[in-house]
Design a protein around this ligand. Sequence first.
Ligand code: NAD
Length: 279
Amino acid sequence: MALTNFEGAVAVITGGASGIGFATAKALRSKGAHVVLADINSQGLQQAEEQLRQQQPATTRAGGILTMVTDVTNEEQVEELMRQTSTNFGRIDLVVTSAGIGAGGPIDSFSVSQMQTLMNINFMGTYICTHAALPYMRQQGAGHFVFLSSVAGKLGVPFLSGYCASKWAVRGFASALRAEWYNSGLGITTVYPDWVDTPMVQKEGEVAQIMGVQVLLTPDQVASEILQAVADGRPDLTLAPTQATSLGLQLYKEDPDKAEQLMGASFYERIARLSSNQD
Ligand code: NAD
């Protein structure tokens, strides 16, 4: 059952202190939703709450705001997050899992602990939040999740093997759950954005240059698309504004072997171009 009216709806947003998570919280609150922001960054959460309180909702009934310092890889903290949400607002209609990190580099030097951290936050964090919110949604007979994957959850990108693995895992998890939750009143929108202008990408510096990162999406655009996709009950929200990415996605669907070869060839052409420019 699609969540078509956000007024009075109760939404938990992980990674809510920054980027796409914060923009989604703003968009939801402007439509009258109660928002619960969860993040590992306590200072960021405080600032996010102040900004939300200054924002004038477009509806007459302003929704409540709750912030909770939460590490999405910590089961007890996430269970407490869902418990507090239910205690304060009586239900949980929407969970947006936007907490995530990026990390890149050649696999030769990508350490076991880097890989475990990526999988823990990006995939296990999504699973833990889903598992903890599910009992409340089962009791309501309704609820919706928004999982942040990435176009890297549909493409194999050199130097992003760990990040891709974590985002493909989110995609596979969502796909299996949609089948498992057939006719249950529960739904998932998986979001696959291309590069978005957020601190996560701004931090990448040199790796972003090697990857040829072209940032075209803003967090507010992504948030507005997310609300529309949830209201439409869409399982897949892919945001690929560049022709290169949309062609890559199309080719991956039609001929994944060929797509991988082209992805590799264009990556090494770019590296050769970059190093000849530096000579
Ligand atoms: P961001 O860095 O602006 O926000 C991520 C937030 O997650 C931060 O506030 C951070 O403190 C929080 N976080 C990190 N680890 C956490 C943990 N263990 N527990 C709780 N919170 C934690 O990044 P963003 O760009 O807004 O990314 C949001 C999501 O969107 C991520 O899952 C990311 O992989 C995905 N995504 C981003 C882009 C992009 O280009 N920015 C593209 C596609 C997908």
